[in-house]
Design a binder for this molecule. Structure first.
Ligand code: SF4
Length: 418
């Protein structure tokens, strides 16, 4: 079996107002204790999970335990892991010592990787951390920049000090010249088009191979979704209106493209050959395993077009306790995915990409073509110039209308699948 691996590090220095990823911000000695216990739990979980999937279908293990039957168990004897992504949270908060323990335990369990990414935040990134990453074979660093503009950072309580960014970017470029990625956000309070362009110019001076340009979204349950007076922290309460926010993102997109960064997904741009292989595998609905609290994994059986998804509970203490008692630390929620669900997910993920869904894989799994399921939608969107004529994908302008396209596609596919 082949599956990418995602590891969720659930620690941050604080909580940014817009973030809905699971993380916790322990302080002082509790932080050291919790981090150490988490790494040990993660290694136990990795050993069990990797062995379970590698051995799936081979009957009982040495202790006589049987592994769950299902799509996984029919697919193979060995586990290939093309890509590894350590995200969070803030992996760089583990520091060089924490990373040495984590990767020292983990890497011997894994086959050779094609791509290995680690996320880092400038405030906790130092030379020892980068050197450790390089020594253990990390091929990409993904750095959370967001914006250089201090009032915008403060207005959403972005963790870290923006004045450190140039120094930390220079350090990252020294170790990962051309092979690092940086995240930027548009649509922040106090942001103007000139400031977005300035962010891009300052970032590109360090020659990242890849840039993610996210339009700020207000996720349910985050502090930013609360009315200003209920946010509990002093902040600049006003977000730009929708039209202004769109203009800011488009200005950023155009500046990146003019600088030679090709858009290959809704929010992702890269220089030639510097796309994120790991993320492309998600968007193409290839298998992945997840480790750590709140991480999920999805395994799809190509023969039946059905799959299984598990999502670990978003609770680091529960995760550590489960690993210690030997119960599967990855447990939380398991869902069976039928073909109709997976077809919709393949659209949802695949049409985010400038190349569209993986048509060969789609045909192999569902015994029909994407075009066969949504011919009317594709034809209508092609007539408007928003879907590509020569491939099954949206155009660059069509990507701006992804949501209405998906509504049309789902409606048509559902009528075909009845
Ligand atoms: S540092 Fe990143 S993961 Fe942590 S709260 Fe902020 S946005 Fe979320």
């Amino acid at each position: 079996m082949e599956a990418s691996l995602y590891i969720h590090i659930p620690f941050c220095a604080g909580a940014c107002d817009y973030c809905d990823f699971y993380s916790t911000a322990p302080r002082g000695r509790r932080r050291d204790r919790l981090t150490g216990a988490f790494i040990e739990a993660l290694l136990l979980d990795a050993e069990k999970t990797l062995a379970r999937f590698a051995r799936a279908g081979n009957g009982p293990d040495r202790q006589g335990r049987r592994f769950p039957e299902g799509p996984v168990s029919r697919t193979g004897l060995f586990l290939r892991v093309p890509t590894l992504y350590i995200g969070g949270g803030t992996p760089s908060l583990l520091g060089a010592a924490g990373m040495t323990r984590l990767l020292g335990g983990l890497m011997p369990m894994l086959p050779p990787l094609r791509e290995f990414t680690v996320e880092a935040n400038p405030e906790s990134l130092d030379e020892a951390f980068l050197r450790t990453c390089r020594d253990f074979g990390v091929t990409r660093i993904s750095l959370g920049v967001q914006t250089f503009h201090e009032p915008s950072r403060r207005s959403v309580h972005r963790v870290g000090d923006g004045s450190l960014l140039p120094e930390k970017l220079a350090l990252t470029a020294e170790y990962y010249g051309g092979s690092f990625s940086a995240d930027l956000i548009t649509g922040l309070p106090c942001q103007t088009e000139a400031l977005v362009l300035e962010d891009i110019e300052r970032l590109l001076a360090f020659n990242p191979g890849h840039v993610s340009l996210y339009a700020l979204t207000v996720e349910e349950g985050t502090p930013l979704s609360l009315p200003p007076l209920r946010r509990g922290k002093s902040s600049v309460p006003f977000l730009p209106d929708g039209e202004t926010a769109d203009r800011l993102w488009l200005a950023g997109r155009d500046a990146l493209e003019q600088a030679g960064y090709d858009q290959y997904e809704v929010s992702n741009f890269s220089l030639p050959g510097k796309q994120s292989v790991h993320n492309i595998r998600y968007w193409r609905m290839k298998n992945w395993l997840g480790l750590g609290p709140a991480a999920s994994g999805t395994i799809i059986d190509d023969a039946s077009g059905t799959g299984r998804r598990y999502t670990a509970a978003a609770d680091v203490d529960a995760y550590i306790a489960a690993a210690k008692t030997g119960s599967p630390a990855g447990s939380g929620l398991t869902e069976e995915l039928d073909s109709a669900t997976l077809i919709k997910e393949s659209f949802l993920m695949g049409f985010r990409c400038i190349e569209g869904p993986d048509r060969d894989l789609f045909r192999r799994r569902f015994s029909r073509d994407v075009e066969e399921l949504i011919p009317i939608t594709l034809e209508a969107w092609r007539r408007r110039g928003l879907a590509a004529a020569e491939k099954t994908a949206l155009t660059r302008e069509g990507l701006l209308w992804l949501d209405p396209f998906l509504l049309d596609a789902f409606k048509e596919a559902e009528s075909q699948l009845k």
